[in-house]
Design a protein around this ligand. Structure first.
Ligand SMILES: [Zn+2]
Length: 489
């Protein structure tokens, strides 16, 4: 008996010891680091576009199966074969050199492909990545399996459902002088009637994904274990009433369906419409969400440098996303230190818990910001919460572990990686009380769970907390994974 108690005490001590010893990642070889970071539980991913997550090889396979065509001049997959210059995808990719060129065209793997910058190759790739509408479930399955392979089980994916229908309605209604009047006109025109179509699209996508992953069968793939939520992404190009119609539909969908948890605003922040309507877009978001109070908002902002925008457009994008629109999270934020009020905005973000979704590989390719020039360390010094994410792993040919690896070159320590992973759930838009009283610090567990975090099962009041909160449930799972990972080293 005494031996057994001693043994279990020793086991507990060695587990605690392993958990306390922060590994020195700078001493690892490249191979050791790859193994370590893939297995390291990264909590979740808060910035990932479903439309950019699929590897080119899958898009090509689906194009062949679905009888799609390739435009040989643009090296683009097309949904129709209407032009006589288009070739059936199957015939086109039968030639290995052509298949390779098509993969180059759908990704950023070939630097200076067709003499395009990384920025231009990346953003134009979306229009070449043709995919049958029925394949969104296949794309979802691929994304979830990749995340599970990274020992990571929560995702907020950006998706744009019913885009053409909502934008068409926006075009018919037109701009009515300000956001409030346009909102009323869109409601009057029946915008909210598109909500059931979005719910049906979501159901179809998830049903297909679960079928592809063989969920609920003995052959279930790891992606079945990933909890997924969606951010309704609107496109910041075209007339503002069309962007607004998408956002307004997003607000209605978030209210109607718990799988949809917030809004996003996407497309190149430096494009002419995005720059021209930036202030209008911030006012629209503020009007529709009551400055983020009735609907959670994450916004791409500060995905700019002086190389790609005029100085005027580098002064206040993050500032306005935070102070005008009411964003709770900022996508990228690279330009923030150059903004006029950078220091006070960073202090406000730290105080209010507004997180920056940092995308190291994306920033290196699109903005040409090398890790040593990235403001990651400045965010940490200013106590601005950060979480690492991939942005568009299919186009960027990357994965979340690769972004964690690049963060090390930005000065991140193992403790920073742990914080990033925990932040990916704590600052997610899941509802319910969290397991931590001090997100971004993680020293004070929720009172009910003190002394239990990392245990196999929650007990007593903590069990009630976890059972009643989507957020606490994901955090509980992550803490168990983290403890097992650290104990196993
Ligand atoms: Zn993005």
């Amino acid at each position: 008996m005494i031996t057994r108690i001693l043994l279990s005490l020793l086991a507990a001590l060695s587990t605690a010891g392993a958990a306390l010893a922060a590994p020195d990642l700078s001493r690892m070889t490249a191979g050791e680091l790859t193994v370590f970071l893939r297995a390291f539980p990264k909590g979740g991913e808060l910035h990932n576009h479903l439309g950019g997550g699929t590897p080119a090889e899958d898009l090509i396979a689906w194009a062949v199966e679905d009888g799609l065509c390739v435009d040989p001049a643009e090296l683009a997959i097309r949904l129709t074969c209407a032009s006589e210059t288009y070739r059936p995808a199957a015939a086109f990719v039968a030639d290995e050199a052509q298949r390779s060129a098509l993969i180059d065209s759908l990704t950023v793997r070939h630097p200076r492909f067709r003499d395009r910058s990384g920025h231009d190759q990346f953003f134009t790739a979306f229009s070449r990545r043709g995919q049958s509408p029925g394949r969104t479930g296949d794309a979802l399955a691929e994304t979830l399996n990749v995340l599970a392979h990274q020992n990571t089980f929560y995702s907020e994916l950006m998706v744009t459902p019913q885009g053409a229908a909502s934008r068409g309605l926006g075009a018919r209604v037109g701009w009515r002088g300000d956001a409030a009047a346009t909102k009323a006109a869109l409601t009057e025109a029946g915008l909210e009637k598109l909500v059931p179509a979005v719910v049906a699209d979501t159901n179809a996508m998830e049903t297909r994904a679960r079928e592809v992953m063989a969920c609920d069968t003995p052959r279930a793939q790891p992606g079945c274990q990933v909890t997924v939520r969606y951010l309704f992404q609107a496109i910041r190009q075209g007339p503002p009433e069309q962007t607004m119609a998408q956002l307004q539909l997003g607000v209605a969908v978030v209210a109607a369906d718990r799988r949809w948890v917030g809004l996003q605003l996407v497309a190149p922040e430096d494009s002419p419409d995005a720059v021209k309507y930036y202030d209008t877009h911030m006012q629209i978001v503020a009007e529709l969400t009551d400055k983020g109070r009735n609907t959670p908002v994450a916004l791409h902002a500060g995905e700019v440098t002086l190389a790609i925008v005029a100085p005027d457009d580098l002064r206040d994008h993050v500032t306005k996303a935070v102070r005008v629109a009411g964003a709770r999270r900022i996508g990228h934020g690279v330009g923030l230190p150059a903004e006029t009020d950078a220091v006070s905005v960073a202090a406000e973000m730290a105080a209010r818990g507004i997180l920056v979704e940092v995308n190291p590989i994306s920033n290196r390719v699109i903005l040409e910001v090398e890790p040593e020039d990235h403001p990651f360390t400045w965010f940490r010094q200013n106590r601005v919460p950060v979480s690492l994410s991939t942005d568009d792993s299919g186009i960027l040919r990357s994965d979340l572990s690769g972004d964690y690896a690049l963060a090390l070159k930005m000065g991140a320590t193992y403790a920073d990686l742990k914080t990033s992973a925990r932040n990916a759930i704590a600052f997610g838009f899941l509802t319910g009380e969290g397991l931590w009283q001090d997100p971004n610090v993680y020293r004070k567990p929720a009172r009910a769970c003190a002394g239990q975090i990392g245990d196999a099962e929650p007990r007593g009041a903590c069990a009630d907390l976890v059972a009643g909160s989507d957020k606490a449930r994901e955090q509980w799972r992550h803490e168990r994974l983290l403890k097992a990972f650290e104990a196993g080293r």
